[in-house]
Ligand binder design. Structure first.
Ligand code: PLP
Length: 431
């Protein structure tokens, strides 16, 4: 469910605001987020877990724009962070540190110190060495660091290999069989306070069974730890619930919540959820303008094929290039009736620079606008300046209002931080 739809005049709108209007005011490429969709998704997800004490910790890496995070924070969301940058953003957006969980395999010393200073809910620790380091830092700061161990339950999430994280061969977490030993070690350290168990098995999961398998393995571990007298108060089962990009039929938050909550029935714990994609993906679209069209040189006997070259590229939306992901392409204005098979590609000098491949699309012409749907998650947050392209603007719509939530970068922004080495001839020459 989202708030992008064609209005009576045949124009694609975000809530009540025509995307054409946004493109005219802001230029393209531009990310457009629907505030109503964000709110709706958060509420539906949160309410699905109402039968059990829980905290929804929005996984910020999906979309860390301050207005997006603040929208969730105002509804009571916590944050799942993976860096010091995300910690600063979460706090700036009004997330309570008491609702921040810190994930990731490579937390640095300054990052750990800052999280301790802020008093976050817990560190989701991914290795024995990280446990040791957090212990040393916490002792030096005369604090006790609340920790859970991210266990790797070795279940196959049946998703794209690059976004599965819960298999033995993945770099994430500590093997669930070895975790008891590490928990026992952690419980003896003066700088550590064992508070929880954590797992996250992957992203864009479209079936329930991997979640259930992982949850059951985590439950067994929790029972074991409780029996050893460890005060486990939080069980964090990560994120990963998938969305419909094309023809997937992922479980609803309700179905997901039902099976997960039932596994932890009877335990005196607070469940922590780390949804990312499911909250934001369908709340965003990337609007681009067609720069050129051209016919592909025909393979013998094959039907004609087109390239639509647009002003958005893999630096703006990396998912198709990285994972071969599908994003629906919709015309923003009135679409030409003739349909052709086409690739939607960007201006970047890589053959992987495509936004859509082999699609039946209206025969767009230069100057037409199109919307790349489902771009709210892992869109802008993964964007880069590759090919020295300034990053796109981001806007948020609420009803008939539309405001910039991140300005388009300028070309000046791209090399502002660079210096010319003094030993290069002519370095004194002013640019
Ligand atoms: C990426 C990530 C999430 C969110 O995953 P989604 O598929 O976007 O829900 C949650 N937890 C951790 C530890 C992650 O790395």
């Amino acid at each position: 469910m989202h708030h992008f739809a064609v209005n009576r005049q045949g124009k694609l709108c975000c809530e009540e605001y025509p995307l054409e209007e946004i493109a005219r005011q802001m230029g393209t490429p531009v990310y457009v987020y629907s505030h109503a969709t964000l709110e709706r998704h958060f509420k539906v997800f949160d309410e699905a877990f109402s039968s059990i004490p829980h905290i929804v910790c929005y996984s910020m890496k999906a979309n860390s724009n301050g207005s997006v995070v603040r929208t969730f924070a105002r509804l009571g969301s916590g944050a799942d962070i993976v860096s010091g940058g995300e910690l600063a953003r979460a706090i700036a957006a009004g997330v309570s540190p008491k609702k921040i969980v810190y994930s990731g395999v490579g937390k640095s010393v300054p990052e750990i110190e800052e999280a301790l200073r802020r008093g976050i809910l817990m560190f989701n620790v991914e290795s024995r060495e990280e446990l040791e380091r957090i212990n040393v830092i916490a002792r030096r700061m005369r604090k006790r660091a609340p920790i859970s161990i991210r266990v790797n339950p070795d279940v196959d999430p049946k998703t794209h290999p690059y976004i599965s994280t819960g298999l033995k061969k993945n770099k994430f977490g500590i093997n669930i069989r070895q975790a008891v030993e590490d928990y026992e070690w952690a419980a003896r350290q003066p700088g550590l306070e064992v508070v929880g168990v954590d797992c996250h098995i992957g992203s864009q999961l479209t079936e329930l069974s991997p979640f259930v398998d992982a949850a059951k393995r985590v439950r067994r571990l929790v029972d074991k730890l409780l029996a050893k007298g460890m005060p486990i108060r939080y069980v964090d089962i990560g994120g990963g619930l998938g969305i419909r990009y094309n023809d997937e039929s992922p479980p609803s938050p309700k179905e997901y919540a039902k099976v997960v909550a039932s596994v932890f029935q009877g335990l005196d714990i607070t469940l922590i959820l780390e949804p990312g994609r499911v909250l934001v993906a369908n709340a965003g679209a990337l609007v681009a303008e067609v720069l050129y069209t051209k016919k592909a040189s025909p393979d013998s006997g094959k039907k004609e094929r087109w390239f639509f070259i647009v002003d958005a590229a893999m630096n703006d939306l990396a998912r198709p290039a990285m994972y071969g992901s599908y994003h629906a392409i919709l015309p923003v204005g009135k679409a030409p009736a003739r349909r052709v098979t086409a690739d939607v590609v960007g201006p970047i000098c890589e053959s992987s620079d495509f936004l859509a491949k082999d699609r039946v699309l209206p025969l767009f012409k230069a100057g037409d606008l199109l919307a790349v749907m489902g771009a709210g998650a892992y869109g802008f947050s993964m964007s880069s300046n590759y090919n020295s392209r300034p990053r796109a603007a981001e806007v948020m719509v609420s009803g008939n209002r539309c405001e910039v939530v991140r300005e388009r970068e300028t070309i000046r922004d791209i090399f502002r931080k660079e210096r010319v080495a003094s030993f290069i001839k002519g370095s004194g020459v002013k640019r």
